[in-house]
Write a protein that binds this ligand. Structure first.
Ligand code: ADP
Ligand code: MG
Length: 255
């Protein structure tokens, strides 16, 4: 079975989609067959990989979650070999409301993943919207582990208590095996005390579950999506690229 990681933080702008795209790309470049599932109506992971801009999509996650369409029918390949994506579109905005009245509404993604042909993917990354809504709950219910990007900024820890509470609730009600896979410090600015303070606080809160690698603030990382490329293709020798490559190494147990 593929290992499924939900990339979650109910705060927006902390680096979830950036992590989904770039971790996915490096895991694929290291040889894993990776599926990125875009659960965010904003579709940043989809557009950031250059997918869906000219309306060529056969479908999106809305069709899978609401119409029971097989994931396979909507998956598309990307510019990175072995990295595929199940795209989102703005249609997903409606999914949250429409799911409320459906049976086993938290389990739609899990059921869809169960129907994927055995062995097709080794790693599945789920990029979540910036809230703890039904779309995120679907991701948590389907996941083996949670990856939590935390921005090295004011109020970084705010909301993490609530997130941990949601994870506990999901363990009790839906998915007892759900683990904290790792906490990733993002947008670290070595020049500021603030970044260092936040990093320290997060490490004392989460201990060994924090990735050793810290993602620096990097202009290349923020430019890459507008070129529809992961940073591994757009600026492979930039500091941001090296950091995400190192995170992929940690995920693969390489150090
Ligand atoms: P989220 O998915 O959590 O909302 P994003 O990954 O979309 O967050 O990141 C928010 C914004 O910050 C985006 O414009 C993205 O390009 C930018 N960004 C993310 N990580 C970095 C980084 N390490 N350095 C600079 N900009 C970043
Ligand atoms: Mg996002």
């Amino acid at each position: 079975m593929a290992r499924v990681a939900a990339i979650v933080n109910q705060k927006g702008g902390v680096g979830k989609s950036t992590t989904a795209i770039n971790l996915g790309a490096y895991l694929a470049q290291r040889g894993e067959r990776v599926l990125l599932i875009d659960m965010d109506p904003q579709a940043n992971a989809t557009s950031g990989l250059g997918i869906g801009s000219n309306g060529e999509l056969a479908g999106c996650m809305y069709d899978v979650l609401l119409d029971g369409r097989p994931l396979e029918e909507i998956i598309v390949s990307t510019a990175v070999e072995r990295l595929h994506i199940a795209p989102a579109s703005i249609q997903l905005v409606g999914a949250e409301v429409e799911l409320v009245s459906s049976l086993a509404r938290e389990l739609k993604l899990r059921r869809a993943l169960e129907k994927l042909p055995e062995g097709r993917y080794e790693r599945i990354l789920v990029d979540c919207p910036p809230s703890l809504d039904l779309l995120t709950l679907n991701a948590l219910a389907a996941a083996d582990e949670v990856l939590i990007p935390v921005q090295c900024e004011y109020y970084a820890l705010e909301g993490l208590t609530q997130l941990m509470r949601s994870i506990r609730m999901v363990r009790e009600e839906l998915n007892p095996g759900l683990e904290i896979g790792g906490v990733l410090l993002t947008m670290f600015d070595a020049r500021t005390n603030l970044s260092r303070q936040v990093a320290e606080e997060v490490r004392s809160f989460f201990g060994g579950r924090v990735f050793k690698t810290v993602i620096p603030r990097s202009v290349r990382l923020s430019e890459a999506p507008s070129h529809g490329m992961p940073v591994s293709l757009y600026a492979p020798s930039s500091s941001g690229a090296e950091a995400y490559a190192a995170v992929a190494g940690e995920v693969l147990g390489g150090d």
